[in-house]
Design a protein around this ligand. Structure first.
Ligand SMILES: Nc1nc2c(ncn2[C@@H]2O[C@H](COP(=O)(O)OP(=O)(O)OP(=O)(O)O)[C@@H](O)[C@H]2O)c(=O)[nH]1
Length: 350
């Protein structure tokens, strides 16, 4: 039986056992969601946690970067933003998780895309007749980057919507702040924009606190009335209005890239078009270390230190460079990458 009517019929059946909490981890592009989840999932007492990862773009990398999770416990919903194109997929994924054989799911964490507006996702979780008999909303966490967060809130309405939806705000990357005064203005801004959400400045104890919240989420709540930023029930929600000028694409390369050439190319890209770059992440196969993928992250114009994974997470060893941009020229990126990062041929001695 499938379809809307049968879903409603099944929803009349009393729920079997307690409902599984679904926490939502949102936060703007590159604010540290995957990093945080990896730290959390390394904890043995969080086994039984299923993770639904949504990425904006044609090819996600987060499932490969979530190294601490058991592969079967990660469901990837690529190619869109959970609040728009793939909401039906979310309902389906949650349904399938509940029905799957093996160890029962204890909790679910949804990592939204960094461009998702969480309101419609929360509405789906709370109001979908089938889901609400089996799942309940846990905590909505929002990560905010201590360095770039204030700028993102000012520039990107998606970041504001994410903050507004949060039950708890998690400030990440405090280690990159040299003077505590630098965060004062951000904290003030967060308190004004969402006064009801406690702000946690994430250090090691912050992750521990989060672990506790996932193990013992708040009590089973009746669905609250829809806040103003939710779409009214029945209204069309599929229009990705906020994403109209955002493009995502992935550059794939079968051949290993020259590391120095790749680094120069990336520097050039950021120098020339950095203001159009929202997010870049890549798994790179280099000529110098083909067996270990180099993980590269840039958030807007800011690079994080690149790191090598000990091994490729899957059999796919191709270089994958994921861009999320507002108006970057893909063709120019493709052609300059090929010129600058092409493996250098050794000259034969004459
Ligand atoms: N120094 C520092 N770097 C961090 C911290 N948290 C995350 N990062 C780095 O920030 C970059 C982006 O982190 P991710 O965890 O991928 O961010 P994300 O929010 O999942 O990114 P999207 O999925 O693209 O939205 C990576 O290079 C991380 O290593 C932190 O607390 N301190």
């Amino acid at each position: 039986m499938s379809g809307h009517f049968s879903a409603l019929l099944r929803a009349d059946t009393p729920a079997q056992g307690p409902r599984v909490p679904v926490s939502v981890l949102t936060g703007f592009l590159g604010s540290g969601k995957t990093t945080l989840l990896n730290q959390l999932l390394a904890s043995p007492d969080l086994s039984g946690t299923a993770v639904i990862v949504n990425e904006f773009g044609e090819a996600g990398l987060d499932q490969d970067l979530l190294t601490a999770a058991a592969p079967d416990d990660v469901v990837l919903l690529p190619n869109g933003c959970l609040c728009c194109a793939v909401r039906g997929d979310l309902v389906q994924a949650l349904g399938a998780l509940m029905d799957r054989p093996g160890q029962a799911i204890q909790r679910v964490v949804i990592e939204t895309s960094g461009l998702a507006e969480p309101g419609p996702i929360l509405r789906t979780l709370l109001l979908d007749p089938l889901l609400s008999t089996r799942y309940r909303l846990g905590t909505v966490f929002c990560t905010v980057d201590a360095v770039l967060g204030q700028n993102s809130l000012a520039q990107h309405p998606e970041a504001l919507a994410q903050l507004a939806a949060a039950d708890e705000v998690l400030v990440t990357k405090l280690d990159l702040i040299t003077h505590p005064a630098e965060t004062a203005s951000l904290l003030n801004c967060l308190a004004q924009l969402n006064p009801s959400a406690p702000v946690r400045q994430l250090g090691l104890d912050g992750v521990e606190l989060l672990r506790q919240r996932l193990l013992a989420p708040r009590a089973d709540l009746a669905p609250p009335p829809a806040p103003a930023f939710y779409h009214p029930v029945g209204a069309p929600t599929a229009s990705p209005r906020h994403l109209a000028d955002v493009q995502s694409f992935v550059l794939l390369r079968d051949e290993p890239l020259d590391l120095d050439g790749f680094a120069q190319w990336l520097d050039m890209v950021v120098a020339a078009q950095g203001e159009k770059l929202l997010r870049f992440k890549g798994l790179v196969q280099t000529v110098q270390s083909p067996e270990k993928p180099l993980v590269v992250h840039a958030i807007q114009h800011l690079f994080h230190p690149p790191a090598y994974l000990p091994a490729w997470p899957t059999a796919d060893h191709r270089t994958r460079l994921v861009f999320i941009t507002r108006g970057m020229d893909r063709e120019a990126l493709e052609s300059t990458l090929d010129v600058m990062a092409r493996p250098r041929r050794r000259r034969r001695p004459t």
